[in-house]
Design a protein around this ligand. Structure first.
Ligand code: PGA
Length: 245
């Protein structure tokens, strides 16, 4: 794993956006894996600014998001479909038909898991997956204990995840308790992974990722098995870590 240290959230966002833009320019039909949450919001803002200023085009790009809350339709402001439209897709020239997110209101969720997993495979897999990390080490919504062999599946969210995400809802009771997420093996099949880490609340998770064992009790540790991972982390998250990677 390659670690790039940056000053702060803004620099992490700019650096991540530059990284993504370079890949899109090199391969206009790139398959991007996208993430939601507070971490990538600044990156998406930088992508939009670049699109407006420099005209980087996303017309041929296909995207696959990591996850979606079960029970929320795309019109719900807290759904990840709404988030992606609002934070990125509505502001660039991407073809929305090429943007894929698991459905949070499927009639049959097992079927939806198979559909999503197969859809990614049919497109030849994700070229570049953007990831955040949970304070408990989750990637996507793969909570501690998830099998490294998991494919797209339904999860019960950890209490700590529900609490962490409550800031986006008006009341904690509104946070869904289940989600549909790419599995860990789905994520690992990406050809390349870009992990973004910012802030004090991620410091312990980053430390454990860089220094701890590879273990299902800490899902992000599986990234050490991937040949092509770049981490962009800000100073606060890195603190004075001893990096062994
Ligand atoms: P955050 O979430 O970006 O909102 O901190 C990251 C994650 O839970 O994967």
């Amino acid at each position: 794993m390659r670690v790039i240290e940056v000053k702060d959230y803004q620099q992490m966002s700019n650096r991540a956006a530059e990284y993504i833009i370079q890949k899109v320019v090199q391969n206009p039909s790139i398959k991007l894996g996208l993430a939601t949450g507070g971490t990538p919001m600044g990156t998406y803002k930088s992508l939009i600014e670049d699109h407006q200023k420099n005209g980087t085009s996303y017309q041929k790009v296909t995207t696959f998001n990591l996850d979606e809350y079960i029970g929320l339709s795309g019109n719900n402001k807290n759904s990840y479909r709404y988030f992606m439209n609002d934070q990125l897709f509505n502001h660039i020239d991407i073809n929305k038909a090429k943007t894929n997110i698991p459905s949070g209101i499927a009639a049959d969720f097992q079927e939806e898991c198979h559909r999503y997993e197969n859809l990614i495979a049919r497109h030849g897999g994700v070229d570049l997956q953007i990831l955040g990390i949970g304070a408990n080490g989750h990637i996507g919504f793969n909570e501690p204990g998830t099998s490294f062999r998991s494919t797209t599946h339904i999860v019960n969210l950890a209490d700590s995840t529900i609490q962490a995400n409550a800031r986006f809802f008006s009341r904690i009771e509104e946070v869904p308790t289940q989600a549909i997420t790419m599995g860990i093996s789905t994520i690992l099949k990406s050809k390349e992974i870009l992990l973004l880490v910012s802030g004090e609340q991620k410091k312990d998770a980053l430390f454990r990722l860089l220094n701890g064992e590879i273990n299902e009790s800490f899902p992000a540790s599986v990234l050490k098995n991937h040949p092509y991972v770049t981490i962009i982390a800000d100073k606060v998250a890195i603190a004075d870590l001893k990096v062994n990677c």
